[in-house]
Ligand binder design. Sequence first.
Ligand SMILES: Nc1ncnc2c1ncn2[C@@H]1O[C@H](COP(=O)(O)OP(=O)(O)OP(=O)(O)O)[C@@H](O)[C@H]1O
Ligand SMILES: [Mg+2]
Length: 312
Amino acid sequence: MSDEGLSEVFAFAQTQIMSRSIRACTFLDKGGTGKTTTAAHLGVALAERGKDVLLVDLAGKQGDLVKHFGRWAAVEDQIAAEDDWPNISTVFQDQWDAIAEKLGEAAVEDLILDTEEGVDLIPAHPGLDSLDAELGNVDDAQDRYSRFDAFLDEYIEPLGYDAILIDLPGLTNNVSYNGLWAARNVIVPVEMGPFESEQAEALRADLDKIATNFDVDVDLAMVLPNKVDSRTKLAEEYLDAFAEAYPDAVAPAHVPVSQDIRNAADRGQTAFALDEPSTTAERAREAFLENADALLERLDAEPAAPVGGERA
Ligand SMILES: Nc1ncnc2c1ncn2[C@@H]1O[C@H](COP(=O)(O)OP(=O)(O)OP(=O)(O)O)[C@@H](O)[C@H]1O
Ligand SMILES: [Mg+2]
């Protein structure tokens, strides 16, 4: 065999052994439980552990995730200047492959921003607004729900990220289904309350439905108690209840309620960027780091456990 032929064989073999990114999305069919906060903080925690991380905001045009990293103004400027194409909504379109071929590597590079906290990020875009309806017009269900997965496989995996975290809207629609399908692993931030445990139960049933209808398993990778006020007795009871209901999926560390997290977000930072974190912010950081380690351990342990049952 010629040298050239050999190097082609080696290149091919390399792509076969190059490990895929771990993927997860933050999701619960409810607003405000901490999906975006969790995606941002787990992302930075993974980066602190030396991982190359890409965050993707599919959660809607308000751009909450990019706001966490102080890059929203730049994104808004681009949108105002109509210098916002292609964007995250473009990659779902029928013409995406043709667009990507025409633009070459820049097509994907232009989608990705870097941040000061060591993670890369694909921001949201107003085009996400009409995306649910547009996907609804795609006749074939497999095609309708797997477009984002196909995009990650073909265009993002070659970039070699260790982890891809996707932030989803707090409702079940064609966009969140695309996120769940692409990630195959879901992280569910829950607040302490009976309503949340019902939502998490409904999610488990939903994941079962996806598995049966479309022949893909989406694993409940982590149920993450958030905004826990450990001074209250009730919070303790809910923590126990979640631990009992999800013995293998529950996160090893809960995240305390911390005004610092809220303030940092308003300033375009995560709690990791604070020079003088409060006690609660410090505890939140430690919790996210511990949960990031658990996530790596759980997602590296292939194959994933089937939905419905508990994690292996
Ligand atoms: N541990 C925490 N301590 C204090 N505030 C928090 C904590 N986690 C999240 N928050 C705050 O709660 C609000 C909702 O959080 P976040 O935006 O992450 O929720 P979400 O589930 O993404 O909401 P949505 O459904 O609107 O996308 C934000 O103001 C956020 O700063
Ligand atoms: Mg959100």
